[in-house]
Design a binder for this molecule. Structure first.
Ligand SMILES: [Zn+2]
Length: 206
C-alpha cells in the first residue's frame, strides 16, 4: 500500500510515485501535502513556497559521497535566526532512508538515534556537556526553527508553520547528534559532517 495510483484528496491529480515507504507526500499540482494513514489518504496541510536556490541537491538526482550514494526524494526547508537550511530525505545505496542537512556549505548525513537517558530542554545550554550512549558531546548550537516549505515525500508528518527547538551536539571524530524538541518530546538523529567537495553528482559538469 502506498501512494501509487492514488489521487490528491484536494485537487484529484495523480500523486507522484513514492520512492520510499513515504508517510507524507506533497502534491505536484496544488498546495496540499497528503498523509497516508491506515491505508486512507487525507490532506495534511499546505506545502508552502520553496524559493529556488542553486544547489547540488536536486530531488531525483543521485549523489555520491565516498562509497555511498544518496537519492534525495524530499526537501523540507526551515528558517532560523541566521537564515534557512534544507533537510533532504534521501534513500541510500542500501535502500535505507537518511536525512541530509544542507546549510550552505555545511552538510551532515544523519540517521535516527535512540537516546538512553531522559533529557531536559533547560539543561541543554550552549557549551554544556552531555553523555549519550557512553559518548561525550558538547552543545554547540541551540536554537529554534520553523518549517517553511515542503516538496517531495517524507517518512513522517511535517507541517509548514510548525516550530520546534533543536540542538546540535558535537562529539569526537566529527560526530554529530541533533536533538529536536516539540510537543514535550525529543527526537534524535546521529550523523557526521561531510566534506561538500567530496560530493559528486551523477551529471555534474566537472
Ligand atoms: Zn493536489
Amino acid at each position: 500500500m502506498g501512494f501509487d495510483g492514488m489521487n490528491c484528496p484536494n485537487c484529484g491529480s495523480e500523486l507522484p510515485h513514492a520512492v520510499t515507504r513515504a508517510k507524507m507526500i506533497a502534491c505536484e499540482y496544488c498546495e496540499s501535502t497528503v498523509l497516508l494513514e491506515d491505508d486512507a489518504l487525507k490532506t495534511a496541510g499546505t506545502k508552502g513556497v520553496m524559493a529556488e536556490e542553486p544547489s547540488l541537491f536536486v530531488l531525483g538526482r543521485e549523489l555520491h559521497y565516498r562509497r555511498e550514494s544518496f537519492l534525495p526524494v524530499g526537501q523540507a526547508r526551515f528558517s532560523y535566526a541566521q537564515g534557512w537550511w534544507d533537510e533532504f530525505w534521501a534513500v541510500d545505496g542500501g535502500g535505507e532512508g537518511v536525512w541530509v542537512s544542507v546549510d550552505e556549505g555545511e552538510i551532515a548525513v544523519e540517521r535516527p538515534y535512540e537516546i538512553d537517558i531522559p533529557l531536559r530542554p533547560d539543561r541543554l545550554k550552549l557549551g554544556a556537556t552531555v553523555s549519550l550512549n557512553g559518548e561525550t558531546f558538547r552543545v554547540t548550537e541551540a536554537d529554534h526553527a520553523t518549517c517553511t516549505a515542503l516538496r517531495g515525500e517524507f517518512p513522517e508528518t511535517l507541517h509548514v508553520g510548525q516550530t520546534y527547538d533543536y540542538w546540535h551536539l558535537s562529539g569526537p571524530m566529527g560526530r554529530l547528534v541533533t536533538l529536536e524538541y516539540a510537543d514535550g518530546e525529543f527526537a534524535a538523529s546521529e550523523g557526521v559532517w561531510v566534506d561538500p567537495y567530496l560530493i559528486r553528482s551523477e551529471n555534474a559538469q566537472a
